[in-house]
Design a protein. Structure first.
Length: 233
């Protein structure tokens, strides 16, 4: 399945990814959490994996548009998605938490969604309405989250609906792309087309339920962040 175990990551594209969640000191290393020296590390395995994920996005676009091979491009996009699960797992289980990971992992996720899904939309492999709706939601929520952080909000936790929505869409969009490869048999492309539709609808539903959760949670995070700053000032 082209989602390639996105479920373990399942991070909503507008919220911290598994590595970012793993970088929660209390969750990653017990009550004491990692030390400041550990958090300041740059060269960690999860960070290297995240940079590889970023580097592979242009390769995906080249395979899709330069080689005109939607099937292999879909497989590559699935692999890129799987690396997101890898960095989250390593960060959680092997004391690889870092502040840099908190920043670059969500950025890589947003780049994957915008350029990966955007490329699939431009290629005409996904229904136009679905591509526009998903990208508009992602861009809108990204602006919302970045605005909250700039205003002093605390980091929001990922919700179950956000995780489930991302998992479904990361299966659906590559599946739509794979279904358009004329070099593959009719049976294979038909399978991917059915898989794409069966995951698109729940993915959209879960994603927009997550929006209704992130708006009030964002306002709460902003209030708590400002309160914490005023207390420490």
């Amino acid at each position: 399945m082209l989602g390639l175990r996105r479920a373990s990551r399942l991070g909503d594209v507008t919220a911290p990814s598994p590595q970012a969640a793993a970088n929660d000191p209390a969750a990653a290393a017990g009550d004491d959490g990692p030390s400041d020296a550990e958090l300041s590390r740059i060269l960690t395995v999860p960070n290297v994996v995240t940079l590889i994920r970023l580097a592979l996005i242009p390769v995906f676009l080249w395979v899709l548009f330069g080689l005109d091979r939607p099937g292999p491009a879909a497989v590559l996009l699935g692999f890129i998605s799987a690396t997101d699960w890898v960095d989250g797992y390593v960060a959680r289980n092997f004391n690889q938490v870092s502040n840099l990971g908190k920043a670059i992992d969500p950025a890589a996720d947003r780049a994957l969604i915008i350029f990966g899904f955007g490329g699939i939309l431009v290629a005409g492999a996904v229904p136009t309405w679905a591509g526009i709706v998903v990208l508009a939601r992602e861009i809108g929520m990204s602006v919302w989250v970045l605005g909250l952080l700039a205003a002093g909000a605390k980091r929001m936790d990922v919700t179950w609906y956000g995780k489930a929505g991302t998992m479904c869409l990361m299966i659906s969009f590559p599946s739509f792309l794979a279904s358009t490869d004329l070099n593959w048999s009719h049976g294979v492309t038909t399978y991917f087309e059915w898989q794409a539709w069966l995951t698109l609808i729940p993915g959209l539903i879960f994603s927009f339920i997550a929006v209704t959760q992130y708006i009030p949670r964002g306002l709460t995070a902003l209030h708590e962040g400002r309160a914490a700053r005023s207390t420490s000032a």
